[in-house]
Ligand binder design. Structure first.
Ligand code: ACO
Length: 433
């Protein structure tokens, strides 16, 4: 790649004066470059989309410098304190919080869709028992389109709403089935008298041999985890859902694409990686060694659960998650938990270290979520599946918003080509018949 020259300030001013500047409700203005190629014959180059707004959206707002996260305008702290996960789902999907009647109706509709087609259980049996639950989840959620094709007209709002309900209702059932399958235990059918989170916990942790009695503190903690993961603007998995959906693919296929993207260690896989890292560090006496490894450019090790593409301040979700972590460990009599103490100390030392201060690296949501999930009895290979369960509503809300957007077209980025110039195949290279 050759850098020819930089655009001069004059050229920049000239260019910008010819391109429209758009303003949102809050946040930075954007330069509308849709006509740039036509006007100049040049593309923009932005690997990782660090300066690119890929769409307009009214769902979630993040101010990464100030550590602010709003769902439909409401601060995440207030939603986490005052609302249930299903109220937040309603908010993300409909733009407003539900009133008393609306939430009763919504909860009942979700409850009535929690069972999956019974033939889907056969699908699970094709997998090895030691398959990673995310591998099974990707396949099982993708397979839903083969079972629920009665409502796949993406132009119909009614069909889109039904798919959203089905996904929010059935993903917890599938997540629990992935866990039960990998442990060799029988699948648990949903139970309608339980709340969304209680039902999930029973499907995950209950067995047909015993009555499952949910612990209210742990139910509240899991509900909060789901709220904190429900949406996060145009992150990698949400952008993947939008890109997949831009071709007109069905919602189950699009959410599956999001789940696959979330699986990566730099995204949703980080909570699993944080716990593994804390276990590897093992003791506070080893913290300095690992901090040095994280700072060493020749060492690929990174402090998992630290840093974020958007937050250059404390991730507001991490603060809430740390609070939940305290509550859960106290409830379970684990306040002296070695891993939690290690996490607190590692955080304290990293936040005082010049490298982390200068690069604005703070704990992200995944730093404490692994410890909470572990305390809740969720095995670490299920952590990313739990994240996917919370994020399903965000993905589907963005997918729906995109389909309804009159400006929507198929996502098709361009590139800076750095390969060979045009050349001919050598004459001695003859096609073998
Ligand atoms: N430990 C050590 N150094 C780090 C870390 C970290 N966790 N994160 C970033 N850095 C350093 C990088 O080495 C880089 O240094 P340089 O400028 O000297 O080259 C600088 O900080 C910027 O990092 P980038 O990777 O360029 O930042 P980016 O915005 O692309 O990455 C990411 C953000 C992927 C989250 C990164 O911070 C990371 O890998 N963190 C650990 C994994 C993690 O916790 N992921 C969860 C993200 S939150 C979520 O998905 C819910």
């Amino acid at each position: 790649m050759t850098k020819l020259r930089s655009v001069t300030l004059n050229e920049k001013t000239q260019l910008l004066s010819e391109l429209p500047i758009l303003s949102g409700t809050i946040g930075p203005d954007v330069v509308d470059i849709q006509s740039l190629y036509q006007q100049t014959g040049m593309f923009t180059y932005d690997p990782g989309f660090t300066s690119t707004a890929s769409c307009s959206s009214s769902i979630t707002y993040i101010d990464g410098e100030k550590g602010i996260l709003l769902y439909r305008g409401y601060p995440i702290e207030q939603l986490a304190e005052q609302c249930t996960f299903l109220e937040v789902c309603y908010l993300l999907l409909n733009g407003e919080l539900p009133n008393a009647d609306e939430i009763v109706q919504f909860e009942s509709t979700i409850t009535m869709h929690t069972m999956v087609h019974d033939q889907l259980t056969n699908f699970f049996k094709g997998f090895r028992r030691d398959a990673h639950p995310m591998a099974i989840m990707v396949a099982a959620v993708g397979a839903l389109s083969a079972f629920y094709h009665d409502a796949l007209d993406i132009k119909s709002k009614k069909d889109r709403d039904l798919s959203a309900i089905r996904l929010i209702a059935k993903v917890p059932t599938i997540v629990a089935m992935c866990h039960k399958y990998s442990t060799g235990l029988p699948f648990m059918y949903p139970q309608n008298k339980l709340s969304y989170v209680e039902n999930f916990m029973r499907m995950m942790q209950g067995t047909p041999c015993d009555d499952f009695v949910p612990n209210p503190t742990l139910v509240k903690a899991l509900d909060r985890i789901l709220i904190l993961h429900a949406d996060h603007e145009q992150n990698a998995s949400t952008s993947t859902v939008r890109l997949a959906g831009s071709s007109g693919a069905n919602p189950y296929a699009c959410i599956t694409a999001g789940i696959a993207c979330l699986w990566g260690a730099a995204h949703g896989g980080a909570n699993e990686a944080v716990l593994a890292m804390l276990e590897e560090i093992g003791d506070v006496s080893n913290i300095a060694k690992f901090i040095n490894k994280a700072k060493d450019k020749s060492d690929p090790f990174r402090l998992m659960g630290f840093g974020h593409r958007v937050y250059k301040n404390y991730d507001p979700r991490a603060k809430l998650m740390r609070e939940t972590c305290h509550e859960v460990l106290t409830e379970l009599g684990l306040h002296d938990d070695k891993i939690f103490k290690l996490a607190l100390e590692l955080e304290r030392i990293a936040l005082e270290d010049e490298y982390f201060i200068q690069k604005k690296l703070y704990p992200n949501v995944d730093y404490y979520s692994g410890i909470v999930l572990h305390a809740l009895g969720i095995p670490s290979n299920m952590f990313t599946a739990m994240f996917a369960m919370g994020r399903t509503v965000g993905w589907i809300a963005h997918w729906d918003e995109m389909i309804a957007d009159p400006e929507q077209k198929i996502g098709r980025p361009r590139q800076l080509y750095t390969g060979a110039n045009k050349r001919d195949v050598p004459p001695q290279h003859i096609k073998r018949s």
